[in-house]
Design a protein. Structure first.
Length: 313
């Protein structure tokens, strides 16, 4: 596999952490064997540091740098071992990842002051790839903002949930980069963190975190809007049904009374019984309507019905 030699660093890119060529660069100890066993198909990030011997510090682990939004098992993992003398990683599929330009990355590595800076360049380009994907994601978020205003329905709510899930995936990815950034400072100290490549990558990670957190706030606000609209509509429906049921109570009450089959019901023999019953029903309904209106329980409902009718016309 490729061995890239630069002015102040060497990068060994091997096929995988289980391969013999990869393991020959690793110290022989129990921690390394455990890492190799756990790194075959990791579902979470793995990170270890060794700081016992001053000047011989090291950092190793497995980083999930790409995760599909539709398939749980579809992800890309980057394995690495880093010390001041040795830098070895698993293979990065530059051809599959269009945002990672191998030629430009190798050119940037020429000016790296150490293998640690070479590592930071790789991390920085991976974060840049995530940022490019987030830019495309932002277009969907913008369309969704207007969809809430123009066509707020079940489809819009489903899209909000999909967007929210993707944001959680972005946060999960960026968390691994944040942890590595902090571990490098913890392991190698200011000698590394004062260098330009570390600062550039650290700033890029912070920018990514800022964007994802901002998008999460926007989506949470969308959910709040959806909840307010849903509650308002539900309340309006219940109020309308309650008022309509109340207004039809006289019809049902008088209808039930005159629908009885008793023999001695004098109203049945009245000449104007039918007309009288209609007037009684209308009169009692009108009195009930005036009572509800006086209480202020009908204004919004009547206005809503009037607006919807005028829109249909």
């Amino acid at each position: 596999m490729p061995r890239y030699a630069f002015n102040h660093a060497i990068w060994h890119e091997e096929e995988g952490v289980e391969e013999k060529n990869f393991r020959k660069y690793l110290p022989e100890n129990e921690k390394m064997r455990n890492w190799i066993d756990k790194s075959k198909n990791p579902a979470v990030n793995i990170l270890h540091t060794h700081t016992v011997t001053l000047g011989n510090e090291s950092l190793w682990g497995s980083l999930i740098y790409k995760q599909s939004a539709t398939s749980k098992g579809s992800r890309e993992v980057f394995h690495f071992y880093l010390s001041k003398e040795v830098f070895v990683t698993s293979k990065i599929d530059f051809e599959q990842e269009a945002d990672l330009d191998k030629a430009e990355i190798l050119k940037q590595m020429e000016s790296a002051a150490s293998s640690i800076e070479v590592f930071m360049i790789i991390l920085g380009e991976m974060v840049a790839s995530i940022l490019h994907k987030i830019d495309r994601f932002e277009e969907r978020l913008h369309d969704l903002l207007w969809a809430i205003k123009e066509q707020n329905n079940k489809k819009t709510l489903g899209e909000i949930e999909n967007i929210r899930h993707e944001i959680l995936l972005w946060k999960h990815l960026i968390m691994g980069f944040q942890e590595i950034k902090m571990a490098i400072e913890e392991t190698f100290g200011k000698e590394v963190t004062d260098r330009v490549e570390y600062r550039r990558t650290a700033t890029r990670i912070e920018r990514c975190v800022m964007l994802v957190n901002s998008y999460e706030d926007e989506v949470n606000n969308m959910v709040d809007i959806e909840n307010v609209v849903a509650n308002y509509r539900g309340n309006e429906i219940m109020k309308t049904l309650t008022v309509l049921t109340t207004l039809f109570t006289p019809v049902m009450a008088w209808g039930a009374l005159w629908g009885m089959n008793f023999e001695n019901m004098p109203e049945l023999k009245w000449k104007f019984g039918y007309l009288g019953s209609v007037l009684i029903i209308l009169g009692s309904t009108f009195v009930l309507y005036l009572y509800l209106k006086q209480k202020g329980w009908m204004g919004d409902i009547l206005q809503s019905i009037g607006k919807s009718t005028s829109r249909k016309k």
